[in-house]
Ligand binder design. Structure first.
Ligand SMILES: [Zn+2]
Length: 203
């Protein structure tokens, strides 16, 4: 086997439009609501730009709200199925601090802010990331009902599982605004504007 026949790296990059969207955003966002409103803005633009689904996430330092990374779902742009918003934001935060552990020695407490409860993949990615807090706009069947995305076989006790590993969970931060973005996305899909990518269904 010649290594030249194989890919030896892949990248998950933020789309160019993110720079415009961040231009008027302060370096730190004080409240959960301010943090989540940035996430909603990024999610709402992400699908219209064709980068991926209506999902965004940011990593901030919990105490100050200093933005450490922003992520959006770039599955369509990158051609990588795991490039969900949480995976993108966590990986960029870890790249920025130079460590796989956002909760490592000497690190301030980090927080992941995302516009719905993570899918089964991002549940694991969040558990292993070192964040100390997960902030979600909402949880429940509405995401799958509205968007038709398959979130995978999530455990009902996902929040207690996080808590048992020292990750605090904050829920229902501007939930209605998350649902409004998902409804806009659904209209966009129904009008032929986007592809819903999913796990393969059973034959
Ligand atoms: Zn995910």
């Amino acid at each position: 086997m010649n290594i030249d026949t194989l890919a030896t790296s892949y990248s998950i990059e933020l789309p160019d439009w993110i720079a415009d969207e961040l231009a008027d955003v302060p370096d730190a966002l004080g409240s959960y609501e301010e943090r989540m409103r940035l996430v909603h803005r990024l999610a709402a633009r992400n699908f219209r730009e064709g980068s991926g689904g209506p999902f965004a996430a940011i990593v901030v330092e919990s105490a100050t709200g200093k933005i450490v990374s922003v992520g959006v779902n770039v599955v369509l742009k990158s051609g990588v199925s795991s490039a969900h918003a949480e995976v993108t934001a966590l990986g960029l935060a870890q790249t920025r601090i130079g460590s796989w552990d956002l909760g490592g020695e000497g690190q301030p407490a980090h927080e992941l802010v995302v516009n719905w409860r993570p899918c089964v993949q991002c549940y694991g990615a969040t558990l292993w990331s070192g964040v100390r807090t997960l902030v979600v706009a909402g949880d429940g069947p509405e995401l799958e009902e509205i968007t038709t995305f398959d979130e995978g076989p999530m455990r009902d006790d996902w929040a207690p599982q996080f808590e048992a590993r020292g990750i605090a969970v904050v829920q229902d931060v501007t939930r209605d605004e998350a649902l409004a973005v998902f409804r806009d996305y659904r209209e966009h899909v129904d009008a032929g504007g986007a592809v819903v990518y999913n796990a393969r269904a059973a034959e």
